[in-house]
Design a binder for this molecule. Sequence first.
Ligand SMILES: [Zn+2]
Length: 116
Amino acid sequence: MEDKYTTREHTAFAHKFTRHAIASILGAIFSMGLCIAAGVNDLNVWSAFFAVIMVGCAIYALGYLRYRLMHVHCPECNTLCETYNDKTIRQWIANCHRCNIRWKLGVGSKSTSNIN
Ligand SMILES: [Zn+2]
């Protein structure tokens, strides 16, 4: 079976995705700290408040980022790509069927690029 796809880097996606991921993880850690601090000081209302924010950040991280991964638009033609996790290179890939481009999203478990 011939492979007509060209592989290109979708750099804009990785930048945006990483920013959102870091922001939501930091938000979750920060609010968890505040939640514990408020709990220790018997400020139960604040503790509950920060617990809600923490859960919100966690849901955002899992839900929104997952949604972003599944709804990648081709930078060339703006078509919705088919996204999947390529286990061999341990990275998320978005295929554009119109341009025949395989976009490497630069997201996934960090792989050393020189494994041969
Ligand atoms: Zn395209």
